[in-house]
Design a protein around this ligand. Structure first.
Ligand SMILES: Cc1cc2nc3c(=O)[nH]c(=O)nc-3n(C[C@H](O)[C@H](O)[C@H](O)COP(=O)(O)OP(=O)(O)OC[C@H]3O[C@@H](n4cnc5c(N)ncnc54)[C@H](O)[C@@H]3O)c2cc1C
Length: 340
């Protein structure tokens, strides 16, 4: 049995920074992430430029994720991708994590960093629509260039859809927004940008069917029903942003049920400790007064969760790690850096 000091469930910003910090604290660390890549929700907005992370120049989210991954790897944690943690139970003073692959992991402590759960985009409920996912039906935008000089239909009226519509204005030939309700629900300033650019916004409108090209492999036309009227629109690409279904199937055995808020969030008993000794939480999953659901909020949570995990294993340990300037772990690394 390979027993870890800390196992971090979720490889988003909270999990990645926890991995760095637990390495700094000499803990044998493992991250388990259900997706094939690390980075969490930030992978949903790879091209967005982040301005609001302290001390960093504005940078694209994909670069930010890469930086986080590099930092998490500083102390070489074990990383298990494509692995969903399904259940946590306690046996003989250690936690046992069962996963969808059948593999079982053992750990002295756990940091739950699963954010809002596993996010799956809500798909278009039209027969056969999935075949266009290979060509021009999208549920997210991985790169804007793909849409240069294209006519793009964006379906959705929330922040996700409207943010993308605004970003697309920089490259697309034409952007049209349709939304099933009578008012967009996105931030007003973003909606204003669309209006300033004269983007057609069709309200009370839904996609009724998709018409394919001659080769039957791409959408050529979208049939739209708007307040009972049927119209059709020629398109090059269709972006669906109807929100996400959350898979929140991570469960805890009866004897270690943490206190939750709204049936989901783990309530902090202070310092990112959950109500179960040995289980800590960081990032969007944790709930406490004044919690900031932003990237920078995940870092403070991670530090508290790791320090308390350390103290759980060794109550005599220092309460926190030495800062960079006094930490022996960086002496050699600093020499290498300064040489470059
Ligand atoms: C569109 C959008 C734009 C945003 N823009 C900004 C911004 O500009 N600035 C800012 O500060 N914040 C922004 N945020 C918020 C920021 O992205 C989140 O606060 C941050 O990602 C939370 O990090 P996390 O690690 O707690 O959770 P997440 O990023 O959600 O990561 C959780 C990880 O856990 C994994 N996971 C879940 N369940 C399991 C399981 N059972 N087993 C294994 N792995 C599991 C998930 O796959 C995921 O990788 C934005 C969010 C969105 C959606």
């Amino acid at each position: 049995m390979d027993l870890y000091d800390v196992t971090i469930i979720g490889g988003g910003p909270a999990g990645l920074y926890s991995a760095f910090y637990s390495g700094l604290r000499n803990m044998k660390t493992k991250i388990i992430e259900v997706q094939p890549v690390l980075g969490g929700k930030v992978n949903l907005y790879p091209e967005k430029v982040l301005w609001d992370v302290g001390g960093l120049p504005p940078m694209q989210a994909q670069q930010f994720v890469q930086n986080l991954i590099d930092q998490a790897n500083t102390f070489s944690p074990t990383i298990c991708l494509n692995t969903k943690v399904e259940q946590i139970k306690k046996q003989d003073e250690r936690f046992v994590l069962s996963t969808d692959s059948g593999e079982v992991h053992y750990s002295k402590t756990i940091i739950v960093a699963v954010g809002g759960g596993i996010l799956n985009p809500i798909k278009l409920e039209i027969d056969g629509a999935e075949k266009y996912e290979m060509t021009n039906l999208h549920y997210t935008i991985l790169g804007l260039e793909r849409f240069r000089n294209k006519r793009v239909l964006v379906s959705g009226g929330g922040n996700g859809a409207i943010d993308w519509a605004v970003e697309l204005l920089a490259v697309a030939k034409k952007v049209v927004v349709i939304y099933r309700k009578d008012q967009l629900t996105a931030h007003e300033s973003q909606v204003e940008k669309l209006k300033e650019h004269g983007v057609p916004i069709m309200l009370n409108a839904e996609i009724q069917s998709l018409v394919s090209n001659r080769n039957k492999n791409a959408i050529e036309q979208v049939v739209i029903s708007q307040s009972g009227e049927i119209t059709s629109l020629e398109v090059d690409d269709v972006l669906i942003s109807h929100g996400y279904n959350r898979d929140v199937s991570l469960t805890f055995a009866d004897e270690i049920q943490p206190i939750r808020k709204d049936d989901y969030y783990l309530v902090s008993k202070g310092q990112c400790k959950t109500s179960v000794p040995g289980i800590f939480a960081a990032g969007d999953i944790i709930s406490y007064d004044d919690k900031v659901h932003l990237l920078l909020g995940t870092f403070q949570d991670a530090v508290l969760a790791v320090n308390n995990a350390k103290l759980y294993i060794d109550p005599q340990a220092d309460k926190c790690a030495m800062v960079s300037s006094h930490n022996d772990k960086f002496i050699e690394k600093n020499k290498e850096l300064l040489k470059r």
